[in-house]
Design a protein around this ligand. Structure first.
Ligand code: PDD
Length: 277
């Protein structure tokens, strides 16, 4: 079951107009809420980021926080509330009468759906995942969680065709993030990740991973690092609401350190797991 503009309906009965600006221009924002049983991880920060995204593209938030929470909880219950779910909440600017770049006062289109979160086995993760690198040619408002994701989807597809988990992006030699996740490296017992700003999505899982690391006494620096530093790192991780925290042990076919996931990843991963129950 999905939610579309006031109605809870079957996914195959949910249609939007061809005049929807989400379809015509990718004019909208979205959020992804990871759900474990009845725990919505990072509910408040996800709702805050949704508000930031709406503000950034000048759409008036159609609901209060409590209204959003009720809608999200209803979708969780209507789907399998005992399993893990990723709740996708999409808001487009809505429909106009004619197709034009500019817009007037429109009623936003609201869509909420549930997808499964892949259950990953730590023993399998210990083997690590591979990634490719690509030049980051995205626009300079990548901190807005916009539905216009053309560059991101092309990068993700390239990674898939290379049998890789992710495409790690760099701009002017600096690693920014990946096609749908944030990137971390460990070097000499210190954890690094790109600072917040226009070049990266301020990932909620990124914040949680940083907090988990700090709780474990690991030094964390939100500082830029280069592609060369990535290749020379002791550990590389990616983080997102749907992937949690994953170890990357091969980049562009080259092993990172000894080619196995590292002890820092393992302890932060375990700490993250405790938040799910
Ligand atoms: N993607 N960077 C980008 C470009 C992303 O699309 C995402 C999330 C992240 C991680 O953000 P968070 O930790 O808040 O999930 C970073 C989601 C999962 C998606 O588009 O499906």
């Amino acid at each position: 079951m999905v939610y579309l503009n006031g109605n809870f309906i079957q996914k195959d009965k949910a249609y939007i107009s061809i005049m929807d600006r989400g379809f015509l221009f990718g004019d909208g924002v979205y959020e992804v809420f990871p759900v474990y049983g009845n725990i919505i991880l990072g509910l408040e920060p996800h709702l805050n980021r949704l508000q930031d995204g709406l503000d950034a593209i000048n759409i008036k938030n159609p609901h209060s926080k409590n209204e959003w929470i009720n809608l999200i909880n209803k979708i969780i219950t209507l789907n399998d509330k005992n399993s893990n779910q990723a709740i996708y909440l999409q808001i487009s600017r809505g429909c106009d009468e004619n197709r034009k770049h500019t817009y007037g006062q429109l009623k936003p289109t609201i869509y909420i759906q549930s997808s499964g979160i892949e259950q990953r086995d730590k023993n399998d993760l210990l083997k690590g995942k591979s990634a490719i690198t690509r030049e980051d040619i995205r626009w300079l408002k990548s901190n807005t969680k916009a539905t216009s994701l053309l560059a991101n989807t092309l990068y993700a597809q390239e990674a898939k065709e290379c049998n890789s988990e992710e495409a790690i992006l760099y701009r002017d030699g600096i690693v920014t993030e990946a096609s749908s996740s944030n990137v971390f490296i460990v070097k000499d017992d210190c954890l690094y990740t790109h600072p917040k700003g226009p070049n990266i999505l301020p990932g909620i899982t990124r914040d949680v991973a940083i907090q988990c690391a700090k709780d474990l006494g690991i030094e964390v620096r939100e500082e830029k690092f280069t592609k060369e530093q990535l290749m020379q790192a002791d550990e590389v991780w990616i983080s997102s609401s749907t992937r949690e925290i994953l170890p990357i042990t091969r980049v562009d076919g080259v092993s990172i350190s000894n080619g196995h996931s590292g002890p820092f990843w393992s302890s932060v991963y375990d700490q993250y797991q405790t938040l799910k129950s």
